[in-house]
Ligand binder design. Sequence first.
Ligand code: G3I
Length: 387
Amino acid sequence: MDISAEGKISRRSVLANGAMIAAGLAVAPLAARAQSKASQADTTRAITGRDSLKAHAAHHGLLAGTAVNARALATQPEYARVLAEQYDIVVAENAMKWGPLRPTPDTFFFTDADALMAFAAEHKMKVRGHNLCWHSQLPTWFNSTATKENAQHLLVNHITTVAGRYRGKIEAWDVVNEAVQVSDGRPDGLRNGPWMKLLGPEYIDIAFRTARQADPHALLTYNDYGVENDSDDAGKKRAAVLALMRGMKARKTPLDALGIQSHIHAGGSFGSGIRDFMASARDLGLKIFLTEMDVNSSNLTDNDIAHVDQAVAATYRDYLTTTLAEPAVAAMLTWGFTDRYTWLGGGRRGQQPSHPQRPLPFDANYQPTDAFFAIRDAFDHRQTRQA
Ligand code: G3I
């Protein structure tokens, strides 16, 4: 991956390097596999400085990052310390979304977003912007205010204001988030969300063109989930996302990168589906970011935390071995870095939790988990496929 003199990922250079079967799986085989692989892995248990995630990532042309919880950053010194120690790219978990940014139709609340930008500048971190257009987390006033007549102005004004405020300081913007929902039944596989209802599919091009004008320096990214595993549904979603991106390229809509959220479940392995999907994105000239990775263990039935940790670590290792082999992958971010603030609450959805979620590289007490060492090991063993 070419990084220009000022340390920015140049848009033209595309260097860099794939699935999960979310099924209830016995943990033992996974744990055994993780244990045996761990013994072959880098056994350095030190984690700071040259042993940090960002240091190991940088050796292999990668940025290592995480989503940031605004309140934790503002109130927890240990949170801020580990964040600065381990990562060189960050993204606001919520602070740059419509809901938190827009308390009223006429006002913006930038305090939390500005605090993240200031922290990143102080620690020479890059920033991903998330996100300029989404069907979720819209402000409470949106449904009663937005109409077919004013929706384009609302969207253009929001993007111009937000992306314009941070012009030149954002490495990549998630311009449109999660626009594909095949189960909504549209022939194009797009989600029938608020923006679709108000503006039709053109909202996507409007968003990307406006973002390019507001910040010509940022890598404009389409970000989505559910494309990682080898299920039929994921295959359908990959096809629809590719069709969307190919259409954008054909219309010369500015698009520089694909974000693969990578919210995956423990267990299983990753096949040709994600591999071919990423190669197709590369063929469109796109960079690829793994934007929101975590490993949900709610499908595991084991109550032994050590076994759960090993299964989660094995999943990180398997998924990253496949996806980091794609040369177009430029960054890997987890969705948070400590279990203390994971968005994945409790245990199995809707049932009495069988065990606490352990989805991230640090536990609730900021101690590195097996996942930390699996991630770092995957960075170290990155072998990119021929581009
Ligand atoms: O800040 C308010 C607080 O004032 C209020 O008291 C509380 C109770 O209503 O809500 C708080 O806001 C919550 C916010 O997280 C901050 O904690 C919202 O209700 C809650 O909906 C919001 O959830 C976020 C979710 O996106 C929204 O859909 C999660 O934190 C966040 O991790 C999650 O992130 C998404 C990505 O943006 C896109 N990809 C999927 C990923 C996981 O869903």
